[in-house]
Design a binder for this molecule. Structure first.
Ligand code: ADP
Ligand code: ZN
Length: 761
């Protein structure tokens, strides 16, 4: 009997076995999607493997096969299986990461066009148009098979005649436009086409913002000497086909993009494909434009503004090898690129590469892995490498390539640290716009240059404090302060999105004495608008909204329609804005005070990155960092652009404290509605871990149960265990024991394992 092991989209780690009916044998192969009876439902699963065996009791037969050719190619399938194992994640949920978007559906809803057949018009953005042939036969000069346009016209009646008259009068139009008036028109349209009276043809319907403009091909830059050596090293590795990992460590503005572009050209010349991962596609329209300018429509841009159908179309083009370069945020890691030869992770230090829900994978780490398995080259690019990548470079597992200078030899900006303890407020009276910052903004505006101000708090006021009892108003469901948003006129919880009209009365003592406290980007925007009435101020943060709106703000900045851009870390990403000469960091301390062993690393990266936005054009840049901790090493070293010293120091600290990347870590997260239940469940898992030989002999250290720094979110109490070890193997066996124990926790308790955790709050 032929048996198939199938990954189903259910939160269970194992695969499910089904028997394969004879009629389906040819199509049920590894990587193919199949329809599986599951309890009373039918689910779409992915075949992991097929084998001969005796029919076990209770095994059901597959109900259908979806694919002519497997949706998940073999190399990707093997990679996904390893990823599931590494992260202790349900294999069916991991498979879903790689499936075409139309497939995230149940079998009953399935309307499945054949993936390899473009008859449904999904593969491109074209729609069918109808246009009358002219009666004198001159244009469009494409008569139907019957030749003479006039021959059958006399016989036309009803719908067909009416449509012909309409099209002759109204001109060419999409067939779909006729449908509201005439209903189903396709048969009539086909008849007219067969008579040579109309022409039906597919025409492109661009709607994707990244494709709205045809790509203007650009000429490559003449590489600088350090770009040349980086490119040569990567090209050599691509040429020898054995795979390698590079850390492209280039200062801000050093021209890393040009290196990526050349590397892609090198793999394309060998007919292999490439994937480029970027932190957030809406924040990188410029980068995408550069890829499109160099490679035109050979690039599939995967971004969240695409509809499911559009994403499917992109997926299909990649799967059949019509397009071999994909660019996108972390999930583009799973793009079914044919003959993958290159994986690029731009801004590899960015925390967005870690998925923090569902399957908690790290796209940077997995990019190295996927590249390795495919004997492909992996390039990690950053001006501020993560400690993880730095460690790889220092231990010889990644090859460091340096771009020590800016591409057009511009100096790095001069950075001044403003000690807020000793420096007073400027003319606005707001202590957060110190006199030096105020003067610097004035100077930049006078010179018609642009300013970026960075503040890592969105909203108007980050908290409301009761003047009577001193309590801070917090979310009812989360142990988090409510933020006042003035534009929306609400208080909002940034963890659960709870929202309410502005509170007046303190929930604890009942006094009507709540006062706004602190400053967020909204208030900063207002303050600046008042202080510099001649300046055009714009804001960039999560509240400005998503996708297209973000791009619109950036486009206005690029077009010089904005003088001061205020924003959260969104303003620190890779923007290349040559007219920005001043960058101000309103408060560097917020990032340093987060209870996380990576707080200093994050703060340092943020400061260097945001500083790197200044002075990329012809005028030298200037950066002001406001802080109450002017001697904090992360601030002092960021001010000196001294990335190497920071990395030295931070690596030494991590070694001493036994934190990653010098050790391996995993976080076990437990939450429940009841605090005692959550704590008890976490204790149970902790006991299971401590019962392991590896823990008793000291090879694995278990800390906890401890309440999470944010103890309650969405009305659930959160506890966790931190596990650390020098070696991966003993840590994995302890995690396996935890995973085992997870199965017997009380109902209503959620527990998950986070391997190589990033977010610790
Ligand atoms: P990074 O990503 O390293 O911060 P970018 O790739 O954005 O830097 O490049 C910074 C600027 O330098 C861009 O405007 C780019 O067009 C320009 N540039 C890159 N390489 C060269 C070169 N070889 N010659 C001249 N300009 C270059
Ligand atoms: Zn909340």
């Amino acid at each position: 009997m032929l048996l198939a092991d199938v990954a189903l989209p259910v939160p269970v780690r194992r695969a499910f076995t089904y028997s394969v009916p004879d009629a389906m044998v040819a199509r049920v192969v590894a990587g193919a999607r199949v329809v599986c009876p599951f309890q009373a439902r039918r689910l779409i699963g992915v075949v992991l493997s097929v084998r001969d065996g005796a029919l076990p009791k209770g095994v059901r037969a597959l109900a259908g096969a979806v694919d002519e050719e497997p949706a998940v190619p073999e190399d990707l399938l093997a990679f996904l299986r390893d990823l599931a194992t590494y992260y202790f994640a349900p294999v069916g949920e991991v498979m879903r990461l790689a499936l075409p978007p139309l497939e995230r559906t149940t079998a009953r809803e399935l309307v499945e066009p054949n993936l390899f057949d473009d008859a449904h018009g999904l593969g491109d953005r074209s729609v069918q148009w109808i246009e009358a042939t002219s009666t004198d036969g001159s244009s469009p000069a494409r008569p139907g098979p019957q030749g003479d346009p006039a021959s059958g016209e006399a016989a036309l009646r009803g719908q067909a005649a009416a449509i012909l008259a309409h099209v002759r009068a109204a001109g060419a139009q999409p067939v779909a436009k006729l449908e509201p008036r005439w209903g189903a028109v396709r048969a009539a349209a086909k008849r007219l086409a067969a008579l040579g009276l109309v022409v039906l043809e597919k025409r492109q319907a661009p709607s994707d913002p990244f494709f709205a403009e045809p790509a203007v091909r650009d000429a490559p830059h003449e590489p600088t000497p350090s770009q040349t050596s980086a490119i040569e090293a990567i090209e050599t590795a691509i040429g020898d086909g054995r795979g390698a990992t590079f850390l492209l460590h280039g200062v801000t503005g050093s021209g890393k993009t040009e290196v990526y572009l050349r590397a892609i050209a090198a793999v394309r010349a060998r007919d292999r494909g490439a994937i480029v991962l970027v932190p957030e596609i809406a924040l990188t329209p410029q980068l995408v434009a550069r890829f499109r300018a160099r490679f035109g429509d050979e690039v599939a841009v995967l971004h969240s503004a695409l509809t499911a159908r559009e994403r499917f179309a992109m997926w299909r083009k990649l799967r059949v090898g019509e397009v071999q370069v994909a660019i996108g945020a972390r999930s583009a890691l799973f793009a079914p690129v044919r003959a993958l030869g290159l994986l690029i992770v731009d801004e590899e230090h960015d925390a967005s590469f870690k998925q923090e829900e569902g399957v908690r994978y790290h796209a940077r780490d997995m990019a190295i892995w996927r590249a390795h398995r495919a004997s492909a080259v992996c390039v990690l690019g950053s001006a501020t490498p993560s400690l993880e990548s730095e460690h790889l470079a220092r231990t010889g597992r990644a090859i460091r390539l340096r771009l020590p200078e800016r591409a057009r030899a511009q100096p790095l900006p001069r950075v001044e640290v403003v000690d807020l303890k000793r420096t007073g407020a400027g003319p606005t009276g707001d202590p957060r716009i110190s006199m030096p910052l105020h003067r610097a903004i004035e100077d930049a505006l006078r010179a018609h240059e642009q300013v970026i101000l960075f503040l890592n708090r969105r909203g108007f006021a980050p908290s409301l404090r009761c003047e009577a009892c001193g309590e801070i108003a917090s979310c009812g469901a989360c142990s988090v302060a409510l933020t006042f948003h003035k534009r929306a006129a609400v208080v909002r919880c940034h963890y659960c999105d709870y929202e309410a009209p502005l509170l007046l009365r303190c929930a604890v003592c009942g006094a009507e004495a709540l006062m706004l406290e602190g400053i967020g980007t909204e208030k900063l925007e207002d303050t600046l608008t008042a202080a510099f009435p001649q300046a055009r101020v714009a804001r960039l943060d999560r509240d400005v909204a998503s996708g297209k709106k973000i791009e619109a703000v950036l486009a206005r900045v690029r077009a010089r329609e904005v003088d001061i851009l205020v924003g959260t870390q969104m303003v620190a990403k890779g923007h290349d804005l040559p007219s920005v000469t001043l960058v101000g960091v309103v408060n560097a301390d917020a990032a340093l005070s987060i209870p996380d062993f990576r707080a200093a690393e994050r703060a340092f990266q943020l400061l260097v990155q945001v500083a790197g936005r200044a002075g990329r054009g012809d005028v030298p840049g200037r950066v002001l960092i406001q802080t109450y901790n002017p001697r904090h090493p992360a601030i002092v070293l960021a001010a000196g652009h001294d990335v190497d010293s920071f990395l030295d120091r931070e690596l030494a600290d991590r070694r001493e404290l036994e934190y990653p990347p010098l050790t391996r870590a995993a976080l076990v997260r437990v939450d429940a509605v009841d605090e005692a239940v959550a704590r008890a469940a976490c204790t149970e898992l902790g006991d299971a871990a401590r019962a392991c030989e590896e823990v008793r002999r000291g090879g694995v250290v278990v800390q906890g149960p401890a309440p999470a720094p944010i103890a309650r979110v969405r009305a659930r109490w959160r506890f966790r265990l931190m596990l650390r070890a020098m070696e991966r193997t003993p840590l994995r066996s302890v995690l396996a024991a935890v995973e085992q124990a997870r199965g017997s926790l009380a109902r209503g308790v959620r527990a998950s394992i986070d391997v190589d955790p990033v977010q610790l709050l």
